[in-house]
Design a protein around this ligand. Structure first.
Ligand SMILES: [Ca+2]
Ligand SMILES: [Ca+2]
Length: 294
């Protein structure tokens, strides 16, 4: 199979969001509340599990206190952990994958985040797929890995456009790990704008981890599922990587990890195995720009 595969289920969900907007009296398909996998403590439109995966604070709607909301910085694939100037006001999309806390049963989740200019959800097309390095032309439609019970939310903001969230429960983390390493991609077509985004997933010491932009050209390895300590608090073992382009392969651009250092993140601690990442070769379909850039 070659070429992109349209994930019609998700597009239908997005269209449901459109219908919801044009009929305010209707209720969304589902609304996540307290205690569900999509709890949002700080009400910034990012579920706690997403904030864990993208390294923002789940209790502060503006992690770096620069007056730019976490949701905007995350959907723009900016740097929500370091104060900065606003990026242009534009259509945006981002895909994030999460897992339940370790030892907790439940599905993984695909989270699709959208920001629309103005108050109209102008989404013309949406494709989501999974790629594995050994088969660069194979685009596995995520509809094969997902279940029903989509969650669709929207929020009209005063100055930051219309925000839409689509959450899709998928296969268990154990099944997902059988496909690692892999990357999950989304391409959203807006009016005059195409946004491609993705997330790279690895298997490291029994955990599923993703590569998350951390600013200043560095990337963090972050588990997609919350890590629970015996104290019942959460431990964030963030490991910062610096990457150097080392060539290209059939699966995409190859990067070498040239440095790996622990860094405090959300008052948590780093894994002692972090320095062992130096020398790794990471293949990113479309390169860093294709995964994280605009
Ligand atoms: Ca939140
Ligand atoms: Ca901010």
């Amino acid at each position: 199979m070659t070429g992109k595969t349209t994930y019609s289920l998700l597009l239908a969900a997005a269209l449901c969001a459109v219908a919801w907007l044009t009929a305010p009296a209707r209720q969304p398909l589902l609304v996540a509340g307290g205690g569900t996998p999509l709890t949002d403590q700080d009400d910034d439109f990012l579920p706690d599990v997403v904030e864990w995966a993208v390294l923002t604070s789940a209790t502060n709607a503006d992690t770096d206190n620069d007056q730019i909301p976490d949701f905007v910085e995350v959907v723009q694939r900016g740097n929500p952990r370091a104060p900065g100037a606003p990026l242009p006001y534009d259509y945006e999309a981002r895909v994030v994958v999460t897992a339940p806390p370790v030892g907790t049963p439940g599905p993984t989740w695909l989270h699709l985040l959208f920001r629309f200019v103005g108050s109209t959800p102008a989404l013309n097309g949406l494709e989501t797929w999974l790629q594995v390095p050994g088969y660069p032309g194979l685009h596995v439609p995520l509809s094969l890995l997902a279940f029903d019970d989509l969650v669709v939310r929207q929020r009209q903001t005063a100055n930051d456009g219309l925000w839409v969230y689509v959450g899709v429960p998928m296969i268990s983390e154990a099944v997902l790990q059988q496909m690692l390493p892999c990357s999950i991609h989304a391409r959203a077509s807006f009016v005059g704008r195409v946004v491609t985004t993705g997330v790279k997933l690895f298997y490291v010491q029994g955990q599923t981890v993703s590569l998350v932009p951390f600013g200043e050209g560095s990337f963090a390895l972050q588990t997609i599922g919350l890590q629970s300590m015996s104290t019942n608090s959460y431990s964030n073992k963030v490991c910062l990587l610096e990457l150097r382009e080392a060539g290209s392969g059939p699966g995409g651009t190859v990067y070498e990890v040239t440095a790996a250092e622990c860094e405090d993140c959300n008052e948590l601690e780093c894994s002692p195995s972090c320095p062992q990442s130096v020398g790794w070769l990471i293949t990113l379909p479309g390169g860093l720009q294709g995964m994280f850039g605009h």
